[in-house]
Design a protein around this ligand. Structure first.
Ligand code: GLU
Length: 267
């Protein structure tokens, strides 16, 4: 089984922007264990700008582009140092792959990206992906890692994309404004009603929200990859998802739409 896990800044960092050490340690342990069970793992991480902001002791997210890009350069380094150390504890090797929209939009560069990814997986390495925030801006920006994770899941032909966030999943209306909003367990086909329900939810530390998660789900499911949005507060939730338990919101890819329960992935 090939799995892409995307983790947002709000899961990785405290509201100060500094790393949530306890959670990141737990996450890397669970991911390492899942990899030990035979799953091919690709990890899409946010947090470069947020963690850079914390490391540079900036009180707020920078408002100008050069400072934002500088913070990302500092934060990305801190992230990789942390992942290298924590995955290394469990004998896993990580590799940093940073991309921009130009890389994905250009056929040759996209081919190169895909070939590198596949070779890294063959080499039993965990590719750690982020947008190259220090150079991507304006016309070459993907802009959010939800969309990036959908692109990555499609590019590597993943079976499942899991987006860990600070929300429980997708609701039938905005839970911040409607206390009666109900969590949707399974979405068979994404429609305008889902986008309407997703409007208005944005993350404080990262750049994504529910709309970008739906866009990721569209990209992934169109490529034959299922997707789950779940709360990453406790990374053990990854085990539950892989065991087919009812967790968060599951978006079924075309090939799985007929199926009624569980995932039945071949691990
Ligand atoms: N690439 C950004 C970062 O690492 C995150 C984008 C997002 O929050 O989706 O800070």
């Amino acid at each position: 089984m090939r799995l892409v896990v995307k983790v947002g800044t709000s899961t990785l960092a405290h509201s100060t922007g500094r790393l949530n050490i306890k959670r990141v340690e737990h996450l890397c342990k669970v991911l390492s264990d899942i990899k030990n069970s035979g799953v091919e793992l690709v990890f899409v991480t946010s947090g470069a700008i947020g963690v850079g902001q914390g490391k540079l002791s900036m009180k707020e997210r920078p408002s100008d582009l050069p400072t934002t890009q500088a913070a990302a350069a500092v934060g990305q380094c801190e992230l990789m140092y942390t992942y290298d150390k924590l995955f290394g504890l469990y004998n896993h090797t990580v590799a940093q792959v940073l991309v921009t929209a130009d890389d994905i939009g250009d056929e040759i560069r996209k081919d190169n990206f895909m070939n590198t990814m596949l070779r890294l997986l063959q080499l039993d390495v965990v590719p750690v992906i982020n947008e190259n925030d220090s150079v991507s801006a304006r016309e070459c920006v993907i802009g959010d890692n939800d969309t990036l994770s959908g692109i990555v899941a499609a590019a590597v032909n993943a079976d499942l994309l899991i987006i860990l966030s600070d929300v429980q999943g997708l609701y039938d209306s905005n839970p911040f404004t409607n206390p009666e909003a109900k969590l949707l367990r399974v979405v068979e086909k994404i429609g305008s009603e889902h986008f309407a329900a997703a409007e208005g939810s944005v993350s404080k530390l990262g750049t994504g929200g529910m709309v970008t998660k739906l866009q990721a789900a569209q990209i992934a499911t169109a490529a034959g990859c299922d997707m789950v949005i779940a709360n990453g507060m406790n990374p053990d939730i990854l085990y539950d998802i892989l065991e087919g338990k009812e967790v968060g919101t599951k978006f079924l890819s075309e090939k799985h739409r007929k199926r009624e329960v569980g995932y039945d992935y071949d691990i």
